[in-house]
Design a binder for this molecule. Sequence first.
Ligand code: NIG
Ligand code: FE
Length: 385
Amino acid sequence: MSILIDNIGELVTNEPDQGEGLLGIRRDVAVVIEGDRIAWIGPSAQKPPADSRIDAHQRAVLPGFVDSHAHLVFAGDRAAEFGARMAGEPYTGGGIRTTMAATRAASDDELLGNASRLVDEARRQGTTTIEIKSGYGLNVADEARSLRVAGQLTTETTFLGAHVVPAGSEPDAYVDLVRGEMLDACAPYAKWIDVFCERGAFDGDQTRAILEAGAKKGLFLRVHANQLTEGPGVRLAVELDAASADHCTHLSDADIAALSGSNTVATLLPGAEFSTRSPYPDARRMIDAGVTVALATDCNPGSSYTSSMPFCIALAVRDMRMTPAEAVHAATAGGARALRRDDIGRLRPGARADLTVLDAPSHLHLAYRPGVPLISTVLHNGVPQ
Ligand code: NIG
Ligand code: FE
């Protein structure tokens, strides 16, 4: 089964040697998809025949968004906490325990239903790959079940037993549980392991112990680092070759130096700063220092209840001084790097056929027309959604 998309006004390839600028933009081109892969990209005038056709009407076609950071397995919401915050209360992360209680009390079907509703919501906004973390179970059975739910929706599953220490547990005993019995129960369902390295959550030594135990079990590493305060998270992520250090809101010069030239992506989550009314990370300083940057939603019921990558792109452009091209690149190719994937986040023959047709002539419109639903068609694995 082949599909021809023709009459493309602007194709974002993320292959700088194939087109203009960082996004490798090509114009007046056509794309042919065979099965779940891109088979051909070339001038519209030379398009080969295919079984079916999508006319892009001179609009923009982009790689599907790669949302490399989301917490979708939970029950309940924390709208009241958000309301209180907008009236002046600070965000502390303490609400994680509220969501833990609701999550433990929910049935498997409720957890799967809520998470798949959010995956569908993200898909309608152009997301074709989404990472999903556990982290609201915080005991052996509920963390393992959260990962079984996540695994029904994505291959990018992350064990986040080290989200906070649940009330009533002694911190060192909980760290031992996470890197022992809980890891044993969760590793079969997880690709990644993550730790919330932060004052009030897990310190540098605890984070290192948990990540090293996960790596020994064959999991790959990512870290919630430097979200609320400067701390050891970012440097630890780089030292342990984590794929990504996420948040990066409070960075020292040494953190920036460690990230630049490393294999660790800085994943910025502006939805969290928006929803906690906090200062945004200094994306300009990172990019100018040569750090690879990704954008993701951090979708969760506490600090960032958005599934919208276009919203995050608009925030990154307006409030983090990223150019529209940098933000679109970070939301596609950057996310792919943060998941160490080279089959997604770019459009070239052989890549996965994950792409979106915008209801707009250019990628610029994602930031230029904030809040407007501009995703008109989404293909995932070559299948129109
Ligand atoms: O990435 N910071 C830690 N975890 C989430 C927030 C979780 C919550 O508040 O429920 C985050 O922002
Ligand atoms: Fe997070």
